[in-house]
Design a binder for this molecule. Structure first.
Ligand SMILES: NC(=O)c1ccc[n+]([C@@H]2O[C@H](COP(=O)([O-])OP(=O)(O)OC[C@H]3O[C@@H](n4cnc5c(N)ncnc54)[C@H](OP(=O)(O)O)[C@@H]3O)[C@@H](O)[C@H]2O)c1
Length: 321
């Protein structure tokens, strides 16, 4: 199969497409013919080892000293189940699925394997593969931090979302809207249309106003781009108000429940795929350059055009679709 190999840490050109052996599912795993993946901020951070100070050493120890130990990067998959391990009960060959391989990576490939109990679900029926892939990364992160902040516990909260136009930020706007929050979105002029469409009640341009100069009282301030500190906005928090940021050391946990929640909200039209650009698999280097700019709006998707899928049932002979 074709896969994108990360040959070392560095600029997007370290990514090279090669032919590698197709993975095979273990007893509890499913083999997915990947139709779409995404390039997100996490992917480019790992590829470029873009972290500061001592964290670079930790990242090398965790991921690989000179290059990623798992050379096929990418975490988000949307595709068709081609084959299932003998103990798999919740998926069958032919099922259309989406999910995250998490720290197992391996999504930048024509085929990926994932444990059936892991972060994988049947994709929304009304979403195509590109859309199904797009709703996951930012959605899971926003879900994690907003639920920690207690978004589901109280109606009509006042929330300020800083950096509301990235994949995490725009998903946070959508999820907060679902919980009837009053949303103030901070973004640049280029993001105004997007945050307005997705439900922001008020907009502050960070290009014109510093957060330190804002006035108001919020139940929650969520920094979705990791660019501000609690100290800068403490005066904006109500007495029991909370501040969360994607920029700290806390890594958002990914769960199947989050995926089911996002699917539900997609079906209810609360969340949208918010696709900025779609690249072909062969243009993965360009996709990484684009995400490296830190200016994408929502999500960047990569179409993986694998050959026709061989649906291999556990008991039935091979069927081609
Ligand atoms: N802790 C975790 O578990 C976790 C999980 C996921 C992501 N993250 C981190 O979260 C951050 C955001 O991720 P993402 O995927 O949403 O990123 P992204 O999509 O690449 O974010 C790009 C967006 O950020 C906006 N932006 C850039 N600089 C800004 C600034 N100074 N103020 C406000 N907005 C700004 C850009 O809008 P303009 O160009 O219009 O300014 C653009 O729309 C990344 O640093 C990522 O590493 C952390």
């Amino acid at each position: 199969m074709k896969a994108v190999i990360c040959t070392k840490y560095g600029a997007p050109e370290v990514l090279v497409i090669k032919n590698v052996e197709k993975p095979q599912p273990k007893d509890n795993e499913i083999l997915i013919a990947v139709k779409a993946t995404t390039v997100n901020s996490g992917d480019v951070r790992i590829r470029g080892l873009i972290v500061e100070g001592f964290l670079r050493i930790i990242m090398r120890l965790v991921l690989g000293i000179t290059k990623p130990r798992k050379p096929i990067l990418g975490t988000i998959v949307a595709g068709i189940v081609e084959k299932v391990g003998k103990n798999v009960t919740s998926f069958s060959p032919g099922d259309e699925v989406c999910g995250s391989t998490g720290f197992s990576f391996g999504a930048y490939a024509e085929y990926a394997v994932i444990h059936e109990q892991s972060t994988i679900i049947h994709k929304p029926t009304t979403a195509n593969f590109e859309e199904s892939a797009a709703i996951l990364f930012g959605g899971m992160t926003a879900h994690y931090f907003l639920h920690k902040a207690g978004i589901s516990t109280k109606k009509n909260q006042k929330i300020l979302i800083y950096g509301a136009t990235g994949s995490v930020g725009i998903a946070a706007v959508e999820i907060a809207k679902y919980y009837d929050a009053h949303i103030t979105a901070m973004c640049s002029e280029k993001g105004v249309d997007l945050v307005t469409q997705r439900g922001a009640d008020a907009i502050v341009l960070y290009t014109q106003k510093d957060i330190q100069d804002l006035q108001g009282q919020y139940d929650c301030i969520f920094d979705a781009v990791g660019k501000i500190t609690k100290k800068q906005c403490k005066h904006l928090l109500k007495q029991k108000g909370v501040f969360y940021s994607v920029g700290g050391l806390e890594v958002a946990k990914e769960t199947k429940e989050q995926l089911l929640f996002l699917k539900k909200l997609y079906d209810m039209s609360y969340i949208r795929a918010n696709i900025d650009k779609i690249f072909t698999f062969d243009d993965i280097v360009q996709a990484h350059h684009y995400v490296d700019t830190g200016r994408k709006k929502g999500n960047v998707v990569v179409k993986v055009s694998n050959e026709e899928v061989n649906i291999i049932s556990k008991n039935v002979a091979e069927v081609k679709i």
